[in-house]
Design a protein around this ligand. Structure first.
Ligand SMILES: [Zn+2]
Length: 168
């Protein structure tokens, strides 16, 4: 996934905030969680020199985030943290990242127990540039739909309240 991680995090955060109005930082937490697995790109480019696909790193192991999530939410609950909704939505954002990456890229859902990659659709290397391979593949439409949902949500929130209700 190239462009829709941050928009998906924003949408996730807004949906969560709609349910829990008192938690004002859940949108930021969801957005951060939705992109945090790709922080491994720093290691990929600066240290690894691109030798290993970054989806093989622990930051792209769903069980890593599930474990961090279980521990984080448990400790947050034990301590009675007021940040618990933000912690939970941050980790939910990371898991959404894993799910969206799985659409067109290999993700090892069972690592470290199994390193078998799963992907819904294999994007062929039809073009010389890997970005073009993804942008020109039909799965990129999912990214455009997510971005369009974000745009429609912003448009709807920008309209006066009575104008948005007249349309429905
Ligand atoms: Zn990723």
């Amino acid at each position: 996934m190239l462009i829709a991680h941050l928009p998906s995090g924003y949408i996730l955060g807004r949906l969560a905030r709609r349910r829990r109005r008192e938690a004002s930082d859940v949108v930021a937490a969801a957005m951060l969680g939705s992109v945090i697995p790709d922080i491994d790109m720093l290691y990929f480019y600066l240290i690894d020199g691109g030798r290993t696909h970054h989806h093989a790193y622990i930051t792209h192991w769903p069980l890593f985030w599930a474990t961090i999530g279980t521990v984080g939410v448990s400790v947050g609950r034990l301590l009675g943290s007021r940040r618990l909704p933000s912690i939970a939505i941050f980790l939910a954002g990371a898991m959404v990242h894993m799910a969206l990456d799985t659409v067109a890229s290999p993700i090892m859902w069972l690592a470290p127990f199994s390193h078998r990659p799963f992907e819904l659709v294999a994007v062929p290397a039809s073009h010389g540039n890997w970005v073009l391979n993804f942008v020109l593949h039909w799965t990129f439409a999912l990214e455009l739909v997510i971005c369009a949902c974000l745009g429609l949500g912003w448009l709807r929130s920008a309209l006066p309240a009575d104008a948005s209700q007249k349309g429905s």
